[in-house]
Design a protein around this ligand. Structure first.
Ligand code: NAD
Ligand code: AHE
Ligand code: ZN
Length: 369
């Protein structure tokens, strides 16, 4: 079949809207009509050329929602008409990682996914006979996608696609980092570095679990008002702090953060996030994705004295199990997604979504097909 997609033909070049050929679902796969997709900073990161796994030409996008329009042989858990969110972190429930119950990082198809290919080693997209690669196993910047059954969460049918697509990455990553990775507890003090599409969801998660203090750190002063609405108690603009940021944050949190979250992807702020944690127990969670070649550093003494460095992917969520629950939280009014979707665009204007992200004027732009 033919489908419309925004294609990244090369790093650093604007996406081009083209009609692609798409092969149908094979055994264990489903064909999804994508109805809406968010634009995450990670899409920009890969387009910028900073992603060691960035391969071109490809169809980016990993924050979508849509409807199953066809299923391949042997598919048992999904049928035509199901409303779904594609998962860049699948949940096969059979691999060593899934069975360990210690991680959400299902490994069953990770190797081919990282090469932009389906599990059988082929690409289903092509343009004038030349293959176009998949991205993160999802490629939600295409109107139709083929994905493995194990990488699809079935969701309720009354959930609006243009809102719950954001649960495909940002909402789940931010809230999940608090509840599943950090397992933060009521009464804690936390510092969140970066108040964009991820950091504001970390704040929302901290508010949900009853954090005592939620400090937000961002160089964009316009983030202050929205972050306060989501539960931030103190805003810190590093450009306005005279002197070192770390002792300032330690003082503000009365001895150091119980939890900090780095939601920027900058190795300098990763160090600050670790070092503003409380001696003896403070945990710092790395959410941000840093460019190829970047490395983190700190004095080992920071760890000897009890601070803990952790990371999270997709908030530690097990997608097929947890994503439908998060959709319920939204539909029950327990989480706010609407106020974070600041812009809606048709596919033809998708590049404007990246411009808005850079200008710091959007939180999430959502593209509707
Ligand atoms: P975003 O662009 O919406 O937000 C980034 C925020 O960081 C902005 O508000 C910006 O002003 C702020 N910022 C930039 N430099 C700063 C600095 N030096 N000090 C303080 N604030 C600064 O991006 P996003 O979509 O929220 O994504 C954030 C990061 O999380 C990215 O690196 C992205 O790739 C990553 N991410 C990781 C996962 C995961 O599973 N680990 C999932 C989604 C996104
Ligand atoms: N490909 C990059 C790493 C990118 C990365 O860390 N991705 C996160 C999701 S970001 C979503 O916005 C992730 O899930 N990581 C776990 C995994 O298996 O990719 C690189 O540096 O190579
Ligand atoms: Zn993302």
């Amino acid at each position: 079949m033919k489908t419309r997609a925004a294609v990244a033909f090369a790093a650093k070049k604007p996406l081009e809207i083209v009609e692609l050929d798409l092969d149908g679902p094979r055994a264990g796969e489903v064909l999804i009509e994508v109805k809406a997709t968010g634009i995450c900073h990670t899409d920009y990161f890969t387009l910028s050329g900073a992603d060691p796994e960035g391969l071109f030409p490809c169809v980016l996008g990993h924050e979508g929602a849509g409807v199953v329009v066809d299923v391949g042989a042997g598919v048992t858990t999904l049928k035509k008409g199901d409303h779904v969110i594609p998962l860049y972190t699948p949940e096969c429930r059979q691999c060593k990682s899934c069975l360990s119950r210690k991680t959400n990082l299902c490994t069953s198809i990770r190797a081919t996914q990282g090469k932009g290919l389906m599990p059988d080693g082929t690409s289903r997209f092509s343009c004038d006979g030349d293959p176009v690669l998949h991205y993160m196993g999802t490629s939600t910047f295409a109107n139709h996608i083929v994905v493995p059954e194990i990488a699809v969460a079935k969701i309720r049918e009354d959930a609006p696609f243009d809102k719950v697509c954001y649960i495909g990455c940002g909402v789940t990553t931010g809230i999940g980092a608090v509840i599943w990775t950090a397992k933060a507890e009521a009464g804690c003090r936390a510092v969140v570095f970066g108040l964009g599409g991820i950091g504001l969801n970390v704040i929302q998660g901290l508010k949900m679990i009853g954090a005592e203090q939620i400090v937000g750190v961002d160089i964009n002063p316009s983030r202050n008002e929205l972050a306060k609405k989501f539960g931030m108690t103190d805003f810190v603009n590093p450009k306005e702090v005279g002197g070192d940021l770390v002792p300032y944050l330690v003082d503000l949190t009365k001895g150091g953060a119980d939890y900090s979250f780095e939601c920027i992807g900058n190795v300098n702020t990763m160090r600050q996030a670790l070092e503003c944690c409380h001696r003896g127990w403070g945990q710092s969670i790395i959410v941000g994705v840093a460019p190829a070649g970047a490395e983190i550093a700190t004095r080992p003494f920071q760890l000897v004295t009890g601070r803990v460095w952790k990371g999270t992917a997709f908030g530690g969520a097990r997608g097929r199990t947890d994503v439908p629950r998060i959709v319920d939280w939204y539909m029950d009014g327990r989480i706010n997604i609407d106020d974070l979707i600041t812009h809606k665009l048709p596919l033809e204007r998708i590049n404007e979504g990246f411009d808005l992200m850079h200008a710091g004027t959007s939180i999430r732009s959502v593209v509707e097909f």
